[in-house]
Design a binder for this molecule. Structure first.
Ligand SMILES: [Fe+2]
Ligand SMILES: [Fe+2]
Length: 223
């Protein structure tokens, strides 16, 4: 069974004390931040070392993939937080499916960073913890708001990945294949959240989400 699905089942399981849930989240956060998750699907594209990238382009691509890895850590945090406070089983199932696929994204970005001889963001635990808090608050506001939050998150991630595709070297087919598949998955996640009844979020929430994401992506490129 996929680690993500297993994790989500654990955390939506019956009768855990608040302390148990806190410890469980800490465990999930450490796994997402530093672990090497196994993916349910193979990494898109063909394995490729850093070459033919020169040093400058290798560092640039590694920065972009580190940002994407950090984004997936944050996505895990959001969905774990939202699942914690979700009211219905149907919404938990939607979150569970998305989190499972985000686990694949996490593994693929990590694979690519390994191939490039680079590292994940040192601030991953910060991205995770902040995202759990955002997700838990979204969940507390009700399932329709929570699904709307998920839809808006996925819409913004889709746009972000589109911009990364424009910034990636044309000959880095491996990174491009990974990001293309991620983008296609994020579109499906957003659609499932809207179809499940997600509300449009009122201004200025999407703008605030964009600002928060900009801080994270700007930092994770370097750290
Ligand atoms: Fe993702
Ligand atoms: Fe997603």
């Amino acid at each position: 069974m996929a680690a993500g699905l297993y994790n989500m089942r654990r955390m939506t399981g019956p009768r855990l004390s608040p302390l148990d849930r806190l410890l469980e989240l800490a465990d999930l956060g450490l796994r997402a931040s530093f672990g090497r998750p196994s993916a349910t699907r193979p990494t898109p594209g063909r394995p490729a070392a850093a070459g033919p990238l020169d040093e400058g382009r290798r560092r640039h691509v590694a920065g972009l993939m580190r940002v994407n890895h950090a984004g997936e850590v944050a996505a895990q945090g959001l969905y774990h937080g939202q699942a914690l406070t979700a009211r219905s089983d149907a919404v938990r199932a939607t979150l569970r499916h998305a989190a499972d696929e985000e686990g694949d994204h996490l593994a693929w970005c990590r694979d690519r960073l390994d191939e490039l001889g680079s590292h994940t963001s040192l601030l991953n635990p910060v991205w995770y913890a902040g995202s759990v808090a955002f997700g838990a608050v979204a969940g507390l506001l009700g399932d329709r708001v929570s699904l709307g939050f998920m839809a808006e998150t996925e819409r913004q991630v889709e746009g972000h990945l589109e911009r990364h595709l424009a910034r990636l070297p044309d000959d880095d087919q491996r990174s491009r294949a990974i990001i293309e598949q991620m983008k296609s998955d994020e579109v499906a996640h957003g659609r499932s959240a809207r179809e499940a009844g997600g509300d449009e979020l009122p201004a200025p929430v999407p703008q605030l989400m964009r600002l928060t994401a900009r801080i994270m992506t700007g930092t994770a490129y370097w750290l």
